[in-house]
Design a binder for this molecule. Structure first.
Ligand code: HPA
Ligand code: ZN
Length: 343
C-alpha cells in the first residue's frame, strides 16, 4: 500500500481515543500563550527550544518536563483552552468518542482548586459534544509517585464533582510504585461508583499487570506492553476480554521499545488480545491518534483488516452503552466496506 493511501484510510476511520492525558496535549504554542497571560516565566525562551528538550530516555525524564509544562495552567479558562484545543485537533482526525485522563494532583498540589481544573475541562467537553458530536468520559488519575493517603484526599475532593467523573486511573512513575500501594483507594473509588483503570506494564513488569487486575480490579489496562512476557497473563486477557490501550509513539519516545518495527501490537492482535491504539501525550511524543495508527501500520505492515480490528476494539473497550458501541462499530464496518467497493 502507498503511504498516502494508508494515511487517507486511517484519516477516514471513525475512532475512539481511550488513553490521553489532557496535560500531555499541551502544545508549546499554547503553553507560551498561557504562560504569557499568567505572567509566568517558562524555563525555555522559544517554542523551538521547548521542542528540542523533548528527548527522553525513559518515563521519568518525560514526566519531569510534563509536570513542568502543566505549571502554567492556573485558571479555569486555561484548562478550558487546553481541552478545547485537543478536541478541535482530534475532531479533524475523525475521533468521535474520547475517554480522557486528567491529573488533579498536578494542580491541587500547587493550590489550584479541583473545581477550577474540572470545570474548565468539562466545559470544553460539553462544547465538543454540541459542536462536533464527540461523546466523552472523564477519568481522574492518581499520581502513583505520591502516597495512597494523598490519593484519598483527591478522591474526597472529587466527590462534589462526581457527576462529571466516570472513572479513576493510576499514572506517573511506574517502577517502584506498584498497584498494591493503592488497593484501599481503588476499593473506595469503586464504592463511589467510579470505574477503574490503571497504567501497568509500561516500564514495570508483567507482575504489575496481575496486581492491577487482581488487587485493584481494573476493567482495562493502560499500556500493558509487558503482558507478552507471561503466557498465563495473555490467556487471562484474552479469556476475559480485558483491553490494552497501547500508545506506540509514546513507547518509542520513552524507549519502552527500541523502534516501531518492534511494537507488539500485531502480535497481540494475533493472540486475540483486545489491543487498541491511542496517543497518550501527543504534544510530547510527536503525534495524535492518526499519526500513531499511521506509524504503527507502516512499520508493521498492518493490513485493512487489522486496522478495522483496532478501531472496533477501541469502541468495544470504551464505556459507551452497548447500543452506542454497536452504532459506532457498524459505522467502522461500513467505512471499510466502502474502501473495498472503491478499489
Ligand atoms: N505513563 C505514566 N504516566 C503518565 C504518562 C505515561 O505515559 N503520561 C502522563 N502521565
Ligand atoms: Zn498514559
Amino acid at each position: 500500500m502507498q503511504s498516502s493511501d494508508l494515511l487517507k484510510i486511517i484519516e477516514g476511520i471513525p475512532k475512539a481515543e481511550l488513553h490521553l492525558h489532557i496535560e500531555g496535549s499541551f502544545e508549546p504554542e499554547l503553553m507560551f500563550e498561557i504562560a504569557k497571560r499568567n505572567n509566568i516565566e517558562l524555563a525555555f525562551d522559544s517554542i523551538e527550544s521547548i521542542k528540542k528538550a523533548y528527548k527522553f530516555n525513559n518515563l521519568q525524564e518525560f514526566l519531569d518536563i510534563y509536570y513542568m509544562g502543566a505549571q502554567v495552567l492556573i485558571h479555569e479558562q486555561d484548562f478550558y483552552d487546553l481541552t478545547w484545543a485537543y478536541l478541535t485537533k482530534v475532531h479533524s482526525q475523525n475521533v468521535v468518542h474520547v475517554e480522557i485522563f486528567f491529573d488533579p494532583q498536578t494542580h491541587t498540589e500547587r493550590g489550584i482548586g479541583f473545581g477550577t481544573v474540572i470545570n474548565g475541562i468539562n466545559k470544553a467537553l460539553i462544547r465538543a459534544n454540541r459542536e462536533y458530536g464527540i461523546s466523552h468520559r472523564l477519568i481522574m488519575s492518581y499520581l502513583r509517585h505520591m502516597s495512597e493517603e494523598e490519593a484519598f484526599d483527591t478522591l474526597e475532593s472529587s466527590i462534589p464533582f462526581k457527576h462529571l467523573i466516570d472513572g479513576v486511573g493510576l499514572d506517573s512513575s511506574e517502577k517502584g510504585n506498584p498497584p498494591n500501594k493503592f488497593v484501599n483507594v481503588f476499593k473506595a473509588s469503586a464504592e463511589h461508583g467510579y470505574k477503574l483503570v490503571a497504567h501497568a506494564g509500561e516500564e514495570g513488569p508483567a507482575e504489575y499487570i496481575w496486581e492491577a487486575l487482581d488487587l485493584l480490579n481494573i476493567v482495562r489496562i493502560d499500556h500493558g506492553n509487558r503482558c507478552l512476557d507471561d503466557e498465563a497473563l495473555i490467556r487471562r486477557l484474552v479469556d476475559e476480554k480485558i483491553a490494552l490501550t497501547l500508545c506506540p509513539l509514546s513507547n518509542v519516545e520513552l524507549k519502552v521499545i527500541q523502534n516501531m518495527e518492534e511494537h507488539p501490537v500485531a502480535k497481540m492482535l494475533d493472540k486475540g488480545i483486545v489491543a487498541t491504539i491511542h496517543s497518550d501525550d501527543p504534544a510530547y511524543f510527536g503525534g495524535y491518534i492518526n499519526e500513531n495508527f499511521y506509524e504503527t501500520a507502516k512499520a508493521l505492515n498492518l493490513d485493512t483488516s487489522q486496522l478495522m480490528q483496532l478501531a472496533i476494539n477501541a469502541f468495544e473497550a470504551s464505556w459507551l452503552t452497548r447500543e452506542e458501541k454497536n452504532r459506532h462499530i457498524s459505522e467502522v464496518k461500513k467505512y471499510f466496506e466502502s474502501l473495498v467497493l472503491s478499489h
